[in-house]
Design a protein. Sequence first.
Length: 332
Amino acid sequence: MKYLFLVSGENLGLAKAEIELFADAEVKETGGNVLVADAEKFDCSRLAFTKISGRFLFSCKKEELENNLRSFEWNRIYKKSFYIHTSHMRPEDAGKIADIVWNQIKNPKVERNAGTVLEFMEMGSRIFCGLRIHENTEAFDARKAHKRPGFSPISLHPKLARAAVNMTGIKKGKKLLDPFCGTGGILIEAGLMGIKCTGSDIDEKMLEMARTNLNFFKIKGCSLKKADATRIKIKADAIATDPPYGKASSLRLAPFPASLRTAWKASSLHKTGIKKLYSGFLANAYRILKKGSRVVIIFPNHLSVRSKFSTIKKIDVYIHKGLTRTVNVLEK
């Protein structure tokens, strides 16, 4: 099936990668945030960085649009009523398109909550037309860290957490593991998509906050366990995780004075310790995952960690002036 997507402009590389890796799709760029993809049928509603998903109908040069509107067999896809939605086009264009489509349909009816929503997207010199499958109305901001009862300032944005889950390729009925679950951001997004999951952390306080957050969002089918990520033996079909950078070192140096912990985190020893932690985790992950399974792991882009996994995708995500993070998609 051929799909048409209008994706978020905040990170086009991430939006494209999410579609490719979740849907096992071949994605074609158009020079902007309109993407066309070939894929087997999949659940478009899960996509985090996609605004609109649709079935691709046709594309044409702008000057050829009217001819295409008159020649397309609209009755083949029409259901009860229709509505025209445009992106990157002039406000008056929707009305002109609707007039032409109206005259091609038997018993036409226009309404906002239509059974047939036609998407028209302008990109460069071309117009792309699709039949809407899904419009993303997820309230990601309502699930941001500071709005959860179990609060920690160190947490992924829910949209990125969901994309990380999707890039593992995991489907319903399979089990996801987050071995650095913290307050449960990744687990929340996985649970809301109906995925069974297990979260673990070495910090009991984090697990308590994760439990509180999972209950708050009414997440079912998710278990929590206190465990060391470098030694955990839980079997899973995929791993999505955001390991701590600084948080873990603070925990492991908890008995020492705050001044010493701060100095250590600022030193090269901190970076060495974090790399050792990540390497140990990846070595353990390789042992517990089956061949073909994926790990999506996010860490600062200045870190490079070797493992037995094959790297199939790396996407940089700008956080602020002092930090860019890399989403690493690994496969056994």
